[in-house]
Write a protein that binds this ligand. Structure first.
Ligand SMILES: NC(=O)c1ccc[n+]([C@@H]2O[C@H](COP(=O)([O-])OP(=O)(O)OC[C@H]3O[C@@H](n4cnc5c(N)ncnc54)[C@H](OP(=O)(O)O)[C@@H]3O)[C@@H](O)[C@H]2O)c1
Length: 242
């Protein structure tokens, strides 16, 4: 694992912290000395998981925030500023998937669920955090997790593709909007992650071809580091051999 000494002491907000891919990113950032503010609706569960993995959670802020509620996001971001002074890093990892019928059979609830889950959560958290970065003149870094499936509409995947495509397009817009503020904005596009739910859903899958959460975390950490200082507006494929 690479060491990026410039990350030591930086303040990071991360959503989706309690998800399947969350722990690997937390471990990477914690080991680099990043001060963490994590978002997960199950605070007690996340804290237990951190301790089980030998992470001292006493200095970690956890917010049981619903990312579809702007007032909850603003209150949490205010708490982070009050506790840590500023926000250097945002990782938008919250998101997800649900099987969908073809568009001509899709109900409004399925559309709204996926677009809210992937696009609106990213919009509400990013806009709130970026506003703070601009106000404080922070040379921030924002990295979001979209998906390979956001590059192209496939049959039975329209709402998910739209929702992850929105994350890519928002990244491009924000990268251009925030360039002169010294804030870098990038997005990663995993294919299938090697997680317990994916293994359960694909018992005959060739897991060696999938992307491990640790591998995804390495790419995210690189993008946050000064080694990626000239990268902004990029959508990075993280496909493994899938
Ligand atoms: N798994 C894959 O194969 C794969 C492939 C490509 C891209 N991705 C993307 O990679 C990211 C991480 O994947 P993962 O497997 O770790 O997903 P995951 O296990 O489903 O975790 C997603 C997390 O997002 C949180 N979240 C969703 N909506 C929220 C809301 N309104 N407010 C607060 N938290 C919310 C969930 O919290 P709750 O549990 O409380 O709902 C959950 O902790 C996601 O963006 C996913 O779309 C995953």
């Amino acid at each position: 694992m690479a060491t990026y000494s410039e990350l030591n002491g930086k303040v990071a907000i991360m959503s989706g912290a309690g998800g399947n891919a969350g722990l690997s990113v937390i471990q990477r950032l914690y080991s680099q000395g990043v001060r963490l503010a994590l978002i997960d609706r199950n605070e007690a569960g996340l804290r237990a998981r951190l301790r089980e993995n030998n992470i001292d959670d006493s200095g970690i802020l956890v917010g049981a925030v619903d990312l579809l509620k702007k007032d909850e996001i603003e209150a949490f971001v205010g708490n982070v500023i009050a506790q840590f002074g500023q926000i250097d890093i945002l990782i938008n990892q919250a998101g997800g998937y649900r099987p969908q019928p073809p568009i001509h059979e899709m109900d409004e609830a399925t559309w709204d669920f996926l677009v809210d889950l992937n696009a609106k959560t990213m919009f509400l958290l990013s806009s709130t955090v970026a506003k703070q970065m601009v106000a404080k003149g922070t040379a921030g870094r924002i990295v979001s997790v979209a998906a390979r499936g956001g590059l192209k509409g496939d049959p039975g995947n329209a709402a998910y593709a739209v929702s992850k495509s929105a994350v890519i397009r928002m990244t491009e817009s924000m990268a251009a909007e925030l360039m002169d503020h010294g804030i870098r904005v990038n997005v990663v596009l995993p294919s299938t992650l090697d997680t317990p739910p994916n293994r359960a859903a694909n018992p005959d899958g060739d897991y060696a071809k999938w992307v491990s959460p640790e591998s995804l975390a390495d790419v995210l950490t690189f993008l946050l580091s000064d080694s990626a200082r000239d990268i902004s507006g990029a959508a990075i494929p993280v496909y493994g051999r899938a």
